[in-house]
Design a protein around this ligand. Structure first.
Ligand SMILES: [Ca+2]
Ligand SMILES: [Ca+2]
Ligand SMILES: [Ca+2]
Length: 340
């Protein structure tokens, strides 16, 4: 190492130490610039399956679907993991504590039967406040607080589950969720229903997403969050995705069921993808140019078969279901909120 480089490295080291020493004052520092080029990548047809399932329910339940993972190559040569690259696949982070899980046979009848005593505490700031939260995601979530992985959904696809989190943090803090509307027709954004009704509804059904969460410090999911989409399918044509700055919209497709237009392209359908920016989990990541989250109703989400949610109205009261601007066609979403 020459002297010049040594000096530069020493300077970086000193700045690094100062950075951590003064991290509590991070709110006063400018946000890290987001240098990601949100250039679309286009794929057509199915992904190649590389993992049969990330999770197997140990007991027999009505609606268990395998959470497969695949790879697909975009027209620009980029290889993309389908439906998403997840902390679950990488074996990272604490597995979610169950509010409701048929597979774990934890199914409290109502909120009064719910206990948070055994939920492990994840310490983000040792001198912080302990916050408890309840989460339902359709279908997979991973939750990060200030860049630390706090909870990884233990059931990535179905049956529908819900989770309890407990973490210790100081304000201001930033929550970031990676969310996946999982499916079987990897790369095509369509589900395969276990019981065939007609071919159109059974094999090639565009499913929908959704996230609702409520925390003991008063934070709830609502349109004050940011939400960005990274995987849009199924499309008859990539031109159905219209870009307005950092908004990746599908204005002609219908935003919720039953208005969503189901395409007939089947295994010839297209998908539009965007690169997931580096450090999206962190407090300093700049999401200022991201669109606001959209709020959805219980009816939009279709909660009739969702006891993981409907049994506990008290635990979610005041929170709204959120997603990006299209609940059906946006399949991989990052939602972020800075709590001040
Ligand atoms: Ca789940
Ligand atoms: Ca779904
Ligand atoms: Ca979908």
């Amino acid at each position: 190492m020459n002297l010049k480089r040594l000096l530069v490295n020493s300077a970086l080291l000193i700045f690094g130490v100062m950075g951590s020493q003064y991290s509590s004052a991070a709110k006063d520092l400018p946000l890290d610039p987001d240098n990601t080029v949100y250039k679309r990548m286009v794929t057509q047809g199915p992904a190649t399956r590389i993992i049969e399932t990330l999770y197997k329910c140990p007991v027999t339940v009505r609606n268990h679907r395998l959470s497969a993972v695949g790879k697909i190559t975009a027209t620009d040569g980029t290889v993309i993991t389908m439906p998403a690259e997840t902390a679950l696949q990488k074996g990272l982070g604490p597995s979610s504590a169950n509010l409701y899980s048929e597979c774990a046979q934890i199914t409290p009848k109502n909120a009064s039967e719910v206990s948070t005593g055994d939920v492990p505490l994840v310490v983000v700031d040792p001198d912080g406040e302990i916050i408890t939260g309840y989460i339902v995601a359709d279908n997979y979530y991973e939750m990060w607080v200030n860049g630390k992985l706090v909870s990884v959904d233990n059931t990535p696809y179905t049956p529908f589950n819900s989770a309890i989190v407990k973490f210790k943090v100081k304000r201001p803090y930033t929550m970031a969720f990676l969310l996946v509307d999982w499916d079987e027709q990897l790369g095509l954004g369509m589900e395969q229903f276990p019981v065939p009704v007609t071919e159109k509804t059974s094999q090639w059904y565009p499913g929908d997403g959704g996230l609702i969460a409520k925390f003991s410090d008063g934070t709830v999911t609502d349109s004050s969050w940011k939400a960005q989409t990274f995987y849009i399918a199924p499309l008859n044509d990539p031109s159905e995705v219209v870009e307005k700055g950092n908004v990746h919209d599908t204005p002609q497709k219908g935003r919720v069921h039953p208005f969503a237009k189901k395409p007939d392209c089947k295994d010839q359908c297209f998908a539009v993808h965007y690169p997931i920016p580096e450090k999206w989990q962190t407090k300093r990541f700049n999401d200022l140019s991201w669109p606001r989250a959209w709020e959805y109703t219980d009816e939009d989400i279709g909660v009739n078969n969702l006891p993981a949610y409907t049994r506990y109205p008290e635990l979610f009261s005041g929170a709204r279901w959120i997603w990006t601007q299209n609940l059906v066609f946006d399949n991989v979403v990052i939602a972020r909120k800075t709590v001040r």
